[in-house]
Design a protein around this ligand. Sequence first.
Ligand code: T4K
Length: 379
Amino acid sequence: MKKGLDTSKNRFASTVNQKKEILVTRSSMPPIEEYIEMIRPLWDSHWLTNMGTYHKQLEQNLAAYLETEYISLTSNGHMALELSIQSMKFPAGSEIITTPFTFISTTHAILRNGLIPIFCDIKEDYTIDEDKIEDLITENTVAILPVHVYGNICNIEKIHNIAYKYDLKVIYDAAHAFGEKYHGQGVGRFGDLSIFSFHATKVYNTIEGGAICCRDRKKWEELYNLKNFGIRSEELVVSVGANAKMNEFQAAMGLCNLRHMEEEIEKRKIVWEHYSQLLKNRPEIRLNTYSQDIEPNYAYFPILLESEEKRKQTYARLLEHGVHARKYFYPLTSDAACFKNKYRSVPLVKARDYASRVLVLPLYADLEMADVDRIAELI
Ligand code: T4K
């Protein structure tokens, strides 16, 4: 049985003004003894990073768990994205069609590769509207970078067909979709590449961490070089690369947490279903429902309120009672102060509307039912 956190020592569960603070999520951690046992050998070997035993073991275990042929671990999800794009060797200034309804990392990864993000609108499930992608394609378009937002899987088939028709690459940002299946297949298998985030706030964490799923050994080698300075042996540097390796403490955390995934997802499901039960009869609140094609991971619980004003009131009311809901993803990344109005897009009608009304409620494995009751009551 997985132990809960020691709440007396946990700042996330501290009490402020006698009020129980509930944050939007809380990292799941293995029992401390399990992690200590896992890291103890590191004190013997003194081997802390640079593709050690745990790094190798976790790559194997995750490839099996995620049902992907090859997987390359990285220091975080963002570097997984940056290196995925870099590995495609697109000419500078090329355009990548993406969604603005995402964490800023997705857009930054494009820009930090010297490429241009072109923003597409989204549809009811918050993922990219595949029917609007073709309107944005020009001779400079090289790829599509969709996001499986909140674990809702994009329209894989249509995106694949568009990419095939125009000879574009597809890189999926699957940061929210760890362990999910679409039509019975692990989501890491889709597109030319798919990336995951194993950040502390995710369904599965390696403290910080990420991974890139790919189809062949050649790509895996290329990604290895990119995350390890291109170093292949003491005297051989084969290409220019960054340092984006996952270290042994992260990998050890990943090995431990992976053992508890079934329980993690089961507990999240219970919380998710309890919220749904309490809020489903409120016609003014739209809940996120997973499509039948998905085996979900219950990563997030977004609700869509009637208006921006209602969202503001609900956010403030929850906060007043110590409940930290979050406006993921407001503002749209296309509206980030650093590049507002700089890049081309179709009219972002839905993305803008949803960003102004969405609120993500607290959801984590050990969230108590009484807290869910209280949050639903406050809403
Ligand atoms: N693509 C997408 C679509 C993403 O959503 C993300 C990350 C990425 C790419 C990039 O992956 P990484 O490079 O991050 O691996 C959080 C996360 O930092 C970020 O990973 C995540 N998306 C994003 C959606 O959410 P913030 O700014 O909301 O984090 P913060 O520090 O406010 O934490 C949120 C809550 O999580 C806290 O209130 C409490 C809890 N928490 C936080 C930390 C840091 C814990 O329980 N333990 C912790 O250690 O960005």
